[in-house]
Design a protein around this ligand. Sequence first.
Ligand SMILES: Nc1ncnc2c1ncn2[C@@H]1O[C@H](COP(=O)(O)OP(=O)(O)OP(=O)(O)O)[C@@H](O)[C@H]1O
Ligand SMILES: [Mg+2]
Ligand SMILES: [Zn+2]
Length: 398
Amino acid sequence: MTTALYRRYRPETFAEVIGQDHVTAPLRHALRSGQVNHAYLFSGPRGCGKTSSARILARVLNCAQNTVEHPTDTPCGVCPSCIELATGGPGSLDVVEIDAASHGGVDDARELRERATFAPARDRFKVFILDEAHMVTPQGFNALLKLVEEPPPHVKFVFATTEPDKVIGTIRSRTHHYPFRLVPPDVLVPYLEQVCARESVPVGAGVLSLVVRAGGGSVRDSLSVLDQLIAGSGPAGLEYEPAVALLGYTHASLLDDLVEALAARDGAASFRVVERVIASGHEPRRFVEDLLERLRDLIVLSAAGERASAVLRDLPSDQLERMRSQATHLGASELSRSADLASVALTEMAGATSPRLQLELLMARLLLPAADDSRTGLGARLDRLERGLPAVAQAGAP
Ligand SMILES: Nc1ncnc2c1ncn2[C@@H]1O[C@H](COP(=O)(O)OP(=O)(O)OP(=O)(O)O)[C@@H](O)[C@H]1O
Ligand SMILES: [Mg+2]
Ligand SMILES: [Zn+2]
């Protein structure tokens, strides 16, 4: 059995950590200039590199090449410590990783205090990585307080947590806090492209955007989704059709049909799309989410013009062309009004007994800018007049 992608592709140096430059750049600078603090706090959402970075930091600190005279920010990779701390390596005696989810009690904290008094076995520092630090009990933190405040010179702490607010303030204020973030698509998509290339898996256009959307900005979640798609793929690699079906997203062509029907004020065609959505077993709420996402892409296209392709990368070029024409046809005000309507509908659908009815009502509202005398509604009508289309059209007209 092969191991999961996210375990094989764990970064081993700061240069390999993606999407966290705001954290890695200053941290690396501090390391290069030999300014090492005694305690660090890495916070941020799930699967974005906190534990990996804590291990990299430990690896840098204890690398035999990293000396007082020649500080460095990159583990050499060949000294005994670097080898032991590599992914899949046995680990080193001087780097202690503690999972606070299971060892966050006061006794564990006392034991840690005890261990910290011993000098490192071989390397420069004794590094304690307290992972899932929000799980340390308040008593546990209190037992650590003195140690974190004034540790012996050979002791370093790295706290990693998704919930920095749960790390008591007295500890937090003694650390250097580095907040990690979700990784944006324009960083993740090229990264996943690389991973697929290294795995020798061909990828169809549009697939990685779906993966990144499903991963919600978490690198680990995106790699898991990719893993699943690869597992289910044949020699042709990852293809759009099975991916969109498996991940449950609306096929781009359905969204094209709907947006084009809306732009043409073609009520019958719009409701036919709704019919197809329901008939193909899509959840109306999911569909509105996807529609909202599409409207957002069109807004980006109409606002950023030629440069939008950089933002919306991974779209096949024919799809990009189609969407450009959709953006022009709908116009900026109409797009923004439609997005507002879709977003309100999404909220209303949450508790609705008939989401399908809500979806149909949304269609009616999207088709009828003339019924809307708000500023955006008027703006949309003006847009249409300027483009020489009738400002008032009947829903249902062909
Ligand atoms: N910034 C990143 N760059 C490259 N790979 C990453 C990054 N973040 C996460 N990964 C991938 O996800 C896996 C898990 O990352 P890591 O354990 O560092 O996440 P975490 O932030 O500690 O998550 P959690 O909050 O769930 O503990 C890594 O092995 C790696 O494959
Ligand atoms: Mg972690
Ligand atoms: Zn080394």
